[in-house]
Design a protein around this ligand. Structure first.
Ligand code: FAD
Length: 318
C-alpha cells in the first residue's frame, strides 16, 4: 500500500476532530502520512501517531501565518513531490477546500470535494459523495494525477490506531507568487463556549417556528444543558434571528452528530441535506404533517415553547 498525505487541521498543535476522521479513512487506502504546517507539531505528534499516522511531516514558516493559503499549498506540493502519495486528503473546511483546489491545479490532478466516504479500488481510491440535496449518492475516482479529495466532517468515527508517527522536517520553499496577499489582521470570533457546529456530538436547531431572535434562548438553554452546538434553518438565519455560521443545510453547514434535535423546522429538502446523516434525529413540531417527521427516530407533536423547556428541565434534573 502506498502512502496517503493527510493535511492536518489544528490550532497551535491541538488537532481538530475532522483530521482524526481523515486519518481513519486514509488507513483504508494506504499508510497515512500527516502534514502538519505551523506551530505545535510536538503537541500534535502523539494524537496523530495515536490515530495511525506513520509519519508526521512538519514545517513552521512565518509565511503560513502572514499570508493566505498559498504558502501552505507550496508546502503540500513539495510534500507530494517527496512522498509520491496515492492520494491527498484535506478536510472540507473553507480553508481546506481552497487549499485542495489550488493543490489540484498545481499538480494537474483531478479533485473530488465533499466526500462522505472513501474506499480503496483497483484503480485508485473511490470516494462517495452525497449530491443534489442528498437525493443521490455517487461514487467516483480521480483519473488524472494524484487524487486530491476533501472529506466532510463527521464522515467517519475517529478510530485509535497506534503508529510510529515519526516527526520529520519538510523542506519548504515558498514561491514568490504565494506571498501576493498578506493577512492584515485576524479577529477571532467571540466564543459562545459551545462546541463547533460541524464537530459537535449533539446539535439542537431552531427554525422559523422559534419566531424571533430573542426566543432562540429556549433552543440555547436546551443545547447548553446537553453540551450541544446550536443550529438554525435558513428561514431563521434569513430572518436575522441567528448567524449564518450556524445555518444547517445545503447552503449552510453539514452536520452528522450522534443526536440532532430540530425544533420548529419543517424539514425542507435543503435542510435535510445538511443533517439527514445524523445518527438519531428528534423533531418537535406542532404540525403532525410536517415533512421532518418522515425522517425522525423520535417525533414530538407539540408547541416547542412548551416541549423544549420541559426537556431542558428534565435533562438538568439528571
Ligand atoms: P418553515 O418551513 O416555515 O417551517 C417552520 C416549521 O415550524 C413548520 O413546520 C411549523 O409547523 C413549525 N412551527 C411553527 N411554530 C411552532 C411552534 N410554536 N412549535 C413547534 N413547531 C412550530 N434551508 C435550510 O434550512 N438550510 C439551507 O442550507 C437551505 N438552503 C437552501 C438553498 C436553496 C437553493 C433553496 C431554494 C432553499 C434553501 N433552504 C435552506 C430553504 C428551505 O427550502 C426552507 O425554506 C427552510 O429550510 C425552511 O425553514 P424552516 O423549516 O425553519 O421554516
Amino acid at each position: 500500500m502506498g502512502e496517503v498525505l493527510v493535511y492536518v487541521d489544528h490550532v497551535d498543535g491541538a488537532v481538530r476532530k475532522p483530521t482524526l476522521e481523515l486519518l481513519t479513512l486514509a488507513r483504508r487506502i494506504g499508510e497515512p502520512v500527516a502534514v502538519h504546517l505551523g506551530p505545535g507539531a510536538d503537541t500534535a505528534q502523539a494524537t496523530l501517531a495515536g490515530h495511525g499516522a506513520v509519519k508526521v511531516l512538519t514545517a513552521d514558516l512565518p509565511e503560513f501565518a502572514e499570508y493566505l493559503v498559498a504558502p501552505k499549498v507550496d508546502a503540500l506540493e513539495q510534500a507530494v513531490a517527496a512522498v509520491s502519495p496515492v492520494a491527498v486528503l484535506v478536510p472540507s473546511s473553507a480553508e481546506g477546500k481552497e487549499i485542495a483546489a489550488r493543490l489540484a491545479v498545481r499538480l494537474g490532478s483531478g479533485i473530488i470535494t465533499d466526500a462522505v466516504d472513501l474506499e480503496s479500488g483497483d484503480e485508485g481510491p473511490v470516494a462517495t459523495q452525497s449530491v443534489f440535496a442528498a437525493a443521490f449518492t455517487t461514487k467516483s475516482r480521480v483519473t488524472k494525477g494524484v487524487p486530491v479529495i476533501t472529506v466532510k466532517p463527521n464522515s467517519a468515527a475517529p478510530e485509535a490506531a497506534p503508529a510510529a508517527g515519526t516527526v520529520e522536517q519538510l523542506a519548504v520553499t515558498v514561491g514568490e507568487k504565494s506571498t501576493g496577499t498578506k493577512v492584515v489582521s485576524r479577529t477571532p470570533r467571540e466564543s459562545t463556549g459551545r462546541p463547533e457546529l460541524t464537530e459537535a456530538a449533539i446539535v439542537v436547531s431552531g427554525g422559523r417556528g422559534v419566531n424571533g431572535a430573542e426566543n432562540f434562548k429556549v433552543i440555547e438553554d436546551l443545547a447548553d444543558s446537553l453540551g450541544a452546538a446550536v443550529g438554525a434553518s435558513r428561514a431563521a438565519v434569513d430572518a436575522g434571528w441567528y448567524p449564518h455560521s450556524n445555518q444547517v443545510g445545503q447552503t449552510g453547514k453539514s452536520v452528522s452528530p450522534q443526536l440532532y434535535i430540530a425544533s420548529g423546522i419543517s424539514g425542507a429538502i435543503q435542510h435535510r441535506a445538511g443533517m439527514q446523516t445524523s445518527k438519531t434525529i428528534v423533531a418537535i413540531n406542532k404540525d403532525p404533517e410536517a415533512p421532518i417527521f418522515e425522517l425522525v427516530d423520535y417525533g414530538v407533536v407539540g408547541d416547542l415553547f412548551e416541549v423544549v423547556p420541559q426537556l431542558t428541565d428534565e435533562v438538568k434534573a439528571r
